[in-house]
Ligand binder design. Structure first.
Ligand code: ATP
Length: 346
């Protein structure tokens, strides 16, 4: 069992709080993704789990054992970082073998385990090559094979795909997820890429300024955001957040009116996703600001007052700019947030 419990962990750098009072239970075999903007504390959290950084407060328990102050070498975790850090003078075979030697795994077991790890990432035919003779994606796969070969209790991955081009990232994503499901190793994965988070995670932890904003499955994070930060971070383009006022069941902002529950009152923010906005209707009276056809979707930007509202329009939608346009919101998918940014719930 390799569940991970973070109990009120904190990391201070002098007066600056990098990670504040973070509590989280990661289940055995879970794929957990830490997601957030640059500087939000993702890497620091990961480094504390790895034992590369000591928390200034709180407790870390891995597989039922307290590990807070245990040396990184004595935690059964394997890490993959964005710089692949393969040894350039060793063959891929020797690179993958390295952790087995370090851990004193009997030599008789090496060959089978190296070949199994290499096959898992489809590098079986490249074992004799040096890293310099591999593509970026192949090197990244070799780094993954090196991490899996010793069958750790926990994988920690810090933006492992960020050096790869878009197509390779997609195929590596699928490969990482497949491998994690096969090996059933508890995995913590750090990224600032929401697509990576949504596609890989069993659960996502959204962080901002050192603090957890929300923990949930990708579906929960998408359809039930806790606050404006999460709402504005997830989705492509992200949720429209329109500031206005609400009274007697109606939300009003310049160029925008929408129904709202009676309990939503005063200064509030309306949230509506671009995919829940449709051309033609009576919620927005605005002007066409821009039209971007992308093949399968056309993105329409509407100016309502001074606010730009993003709409995912039909693929065949076309328009000149600076002409009037009306938008309908799907009333079943409207969100309201209070002045503190938190969701208003009935
Ligand atoms: P990125 O996506 O850019 O890697 P991150 O979310 O991983 O960001 P962290 O590296 O965890 O962010 O850093 C969290 C905060 O702690 C940042 O504001 C960073 O500047 C600060 N920080 C990290 N290490 C130190 C340090 N050694 N001394 C002082 N401040 C630090």
């Amino acid at each position: 069992m390799a569940s991970i419990h973070l109990q009120n962990i904190e990391k201070r750098y002098g007066g600056f709080v990098g990670v504040q009072n973070m509590s989280l239970e990661i289940a055995d075999e879970e794929f957990l993704v830490l997601l957030g903007p640059s500087g939000c504390g993702k890497t620091t959290t990961m480094r504390m789990i790895a034992g590369l950084e000591l928390p200034t407060g709180g407790k870390i328990v891995i597989g039922g054992e307290e590990m807070t102050e245990i040396d990184a070498r004595d935690r059964d975790v394997a890490m993959v970082f964005q710089g692949y850090a393969l040894y350039p003078n060793m063959s891929i075979y020797e690179n993958i073998r390295f952790p087995l030697r370090m851990r004193g795994v009997p030599a008789s077991e090496h060959d089978a385990r190296i070949r199994q790890a290499a096959d898992m990432v489809e590098l079986g035919g490249f074992l004799d090559r040096k890293p310099g003779a591999l593509s970026g994606g192949q090197r990244q796969r070799a780094a993954l094979a090196r991490a899996v070969v010793r069958q750790p209790q926990v994988f920690l991955m810090d933006e492992p795909l960020s050096n790869l081009d878009a197509k390779l990232r997609q195929s590596m994503r699928v490969q990482i997820k497949h491998m994690q499901r096969q090996l059933k190793v508890t995995t913590v994965y750090v990224t600032h890429d929401q697509i990576e988070a949504m596609t890989l995670a069993d659960r996502i932890v959204i962080m901002n300024k050192g603090a957890i904003q929300q923990v949930g499955t990708p579906d929960q994070i998408y359809s039930d955001p806790a606050n404006t930060f999460v709402a504005g971070f997830i989705g492509s383009p992200p949720m429209n957040l329109i500031e206005g006022t609400a009274q007697n069941g109606t939300f009003v902002a310049p160029g925008v009116t929408a129904p709202c529950p009676e309990y939503v009152r005063g200064k509030v923010t309306l949230g509506v996703r671009p995919e829940d906005c449709h051309v033609g209707g009576d919620n927005v009276q605005g002007m066409v600001y821009g039209v971007e056809p992308t093949g399968d979707t056309t993105y329409l930007t509407v100016l309502a007052g001074t606010k730009k509202i993003e709409v995912k329009a039909a693929r065949e939608y076309r328009s000149d700019i600076d002409v009037p346009v009306a938008i309908h919101f799907d009333p079943a998918h409207l969100y309201f947030f209070g002045e503190d940014g938190q969701r208003i719930r009935g």
